[in-house]
Ligand binder design. Sequence first.
Ligand code: ADP
Ligand code: ZN
Length: 608
Amino acid sequence: MTEIRTQDLLRAVFGHAGFRPHQEEIVSHLVNGGDALVIMPTGGGKSLCYQLPSLVRDGVGIVVSPLIALMHDQVVALKQLGVRAEVLNSSQTAEEARRVENSLTAGELDLLYVAPERLLTERFLTLLDRTKIALFAIDEAHCVSQWGHDFRPEYVQLSILHERFPGIPRIALTATADAPTRAEIAQRFHLTNARHFVTGFDRPNIRYHVRMEAGGAREALLRFIREKHPGEAGIVYCLSRKRVDEVAAWLCSQGLTALAYHAGMEADGRRRAQERFLNDDGVIVVATIAFGMGIDKPDVRFVAHLNLPKSLEAYYQETGRAGRDGEPADAWMRYSLSDAIQLQRMIVESDADEAHKRIERQKLDAMLGYCELTSCRRQALLGYFGDTLPEPCGNCDNCLEPPQTWDATTAAQKALSCVHRTGQRFGMNYLIDVLLGKDSERIRDFGHDTLTTFGIGQELGANEWRAVFRQLVARGYLFADHEAFGGLRLTDRCRPLLRGEETLQLARQAAPAKREKKSRGGEAKSGDPLFEALRQRRRELAQKQGVPPYVVFHDSTLAAMAAERPQTLHEFAGLPGVGERKLETYGSAFLEVIRTFNQAQGEQPWAS
Ligand code: ADP
Ligand code: ZN
């Protein structure tokens, strides 16, 4: 019975044709009164796992979430679906709060979103005593972890739900991967007997590209956006505020809509940037990492990094903001060796203790290792998070255009012994001069023209040597010693390479790329006049209600409209993302756009 009912509701309310992996099991487990711990990647579809059971079970689903902005967005989106959802948080007036509380106890709500500190008040708990509750959902459950970066002390006290409302099913959800955090969540929320649902971390619709570049990253970014994502929404991450301002201004000067976002701006300016990003089509936000937390925009088509993130965790989280709607999206990065050196320096100079610094160093090494890969990036990423992908993905730069490699073992040995013989205190350019046997006064002054390594590197040019050194630093064979003005020093890792026990394959520095092709599935999108017309109508409808456009319909739904051109409400109802309420509210408005378009093209809508 419940299976049929959940399927019906999935279609009728949410407009989805089927469940995503694990959703169905989780929903039916909760509907049958079980507890669950759900680990699912961003964009995996976690919300449905508690929203749907809340509709099926008697009573209201109580959702605890730490992010006020997200709660608000979810409630707006749910109301569009005809679901009776409300929110209680500190940003409301007492009167608004009272109205919500009254509907709660009157049994008039399907879902109530509430901030943890509010939930924990005795006043609210007493209200719950008088309310029929369908389930408790604890979103962003990793906030209970003391070791995590988002620790919220109130989350620890949420274990009270288990004690005070023992018969009510509970579901805790997070996208945070690692096993210790997972165990901590289960223990703190008394979910040790709950069923654990862990889905893979892969985001197959995201295509990864990474390239090291000494200069011209900005121009490369512009080319990438113009060729692959014209008029589409994206986020560009930079390391410093100054760079953020500069890149945003430059993109604007090139005719794009780009906004800066960083912690140095006034709260008001930040809020405006965020609102335009959510509400307008095709806005690019250039930001420090401060941007993105708590933003659930589903149609971010690209995330670009103009610098090296400090860990793979940060990289995965930031790139994960692209393509939540499951449509093709790009994670694009250009980084330079000076990023790596700067991050290394930040670690060295920080006040953290040695153990902490070592961990940070290892994380940075892993990040560099990922950048330097010549094999499938997705396999490496998933491997790092403890997941396996048996075959190369076919949707990353290395899979699509396998880089040429060359055996750099001998060159690396020459470079390393040159570092050794010159006393581990010179920078790259000097070392290259020695390898090339350059006639220079400085070299003669140091007596380095008599070394065995003087002039032994003439088989490569200076640029090729630069690439070798960069990659030796990136892979941790060499370390730029800031105490000694950036002189290169050997690390322990060199030994097997110098002894010939290890070989080194390096990527050949590719000639400036062949033009990258547009993402798969991008056809029925920007540029298609019908799609644009539909988008215009969506913008009008959204503006009238003061909601973001994607709350009306996702891009994927518009793309399906443009491709299938439905002519009746019945046909319209078959589109992905169209449930009963949206059919009723918006069906005719969009059908009219399609009809007008067809007529303008001289087609007779009844003739086909
Ligand atoms: P998460 O909270 O895991 O990051 P969301 O719950 O926000 O993910 O869902 C991400 C996107 O996937 C949303 O746009 C949602 O509408 C869509 N989605 C969820 N479940 C399904 C489904 N079964 N079929 C199609 N789209 C879905
Ligand atoms: Zn791949």
